[in-house]
Design a protein around this ligand. Structure first.
Ligand code: OAD
Length: 259
């Protein structure tokens, strides 16, 4: 039944399409980082199957019960610091180097695209390595929170307000500049590569539709079909991001060196 609903593709066909289009914009979700040992949110062993996000990831929850939410931050955000980029992050950085990736728009807060060498990364949901005072906006770091340098939950010594990781919680606005740039990149893109997102959280989930409406081809990599596969995707590569991206990257680089 599924087979009638979406177009299963292969890396040879997609490599040709990318070279034909000459440039792509990439949208990533938590699935691009699972092979780095970071759980995603909605898979069976995902974070929101362990924790009720209404109690741990909304701005109301943080203000209501900071001790509980900062306990979650320490457990979930702490390991991000030592995580290493996987083959998918590295392939994207390499493809940016040869001019085929214009930008990576990510919903992830793990900093792994930058660690892999990607330069043009648009972070829609912030970056967990940074933190900021909720009152005076003075910058802090995840280290400051982890080490309890400013107490637990951490409080800004200057203005006595909470120091919050620089990540977007449910109920908060996305950074204006990031979402504006992401929309523009999507509308200008000739091909959008969507990797490892369930496509369930707006506004990121709307970007593939925006790109398609403006004429882009949509290539999607995921271990399983998503709502995007059913509504928007032109070429679906089913499997693990690390394996598919390294194969795709190799085929593209071979074509370039032959051509
Ligand atoms: P989800 O957990 O909703 O979706 C992850 C997707 O990645 C699923 O479709 C998986 O099938 C797929 N996946 C997992 N491992 C994979 C692998 N190795 N290769 C390919 N695909 C894989 O995560 P997001 O879509 O990123 O926001 O979630 C969006 C937002 O919801 C997050 O940024 C976060 C969350 O609540 C906030 O907290 C504001």
């Amino acid at each position: 039944m599924w087979m009638n609903l979406f177009n299963l593709s292969d890396t040879t066909e997609v490599a040709k399409k990318i070279l034909q289009r000459g440039e792509m914009v990439v949208l990533t979700g938590a699935g691009v980082s699972t092979e780095s040992g970071i759980p995603d949110f909605r898979s069976p062993d995902g974070i929101w199957n362990k924790y009720d996000f209404t109690e741990f990831a909304t701005i109301d929850a943080l203000l209501r019960n900071p001790v509980k939410v900062f306990g979650f931050f320490k457990e979930f955000l702490g390991p991000l610091k030592s995580a290493a980029p996987n083959k998918a992050h590295k392939a994207l950085a390499r493809l940016e180097e040869v001019g085929l990736v214009k930008a990576v728009i990510t919903q992830n807060i793990d900093n792994l695209h930058q660690k892999a060498g990607s330069k043009n990364v648009i972070e829609l949901h912030g970056n967990a390595l940074n933190a900021r005072c909720m009152g005076c906006h003075k910058p802090y770091t995840l280290d400051d929170i982890e080490n309890e340098r400013y107490g637990f939950p951490p409080v800004c010594p200057d203005c006595k307000k909470l120091i919050k990781p620089d990540v977007v919680l449910f109920g908060e606005r996305l950074p204006d500049a990031a979402i504006k740039t992401a929309c523009q990149l999507s509308m200008d893109s000739k091909l959008m590569l969507v990797i490892g997102t369930s496509g369930t959280v707006a506004p990121a989930s709307g970007l593939p539709h925006l790109a398609k409406k403006a004429g882009a081809d949509i290539v999607e990599i995921n271990v399983e079909p998503t709502i995007i596969t059913k509504t928007t995707t032109d070429f679906f590569l089913q499997g693990k991001a690390g394996e598919i991206m390294s194969e795709l990257c190799e085929k593209i680089l071979n074509e370039i060196s032959v051509g």
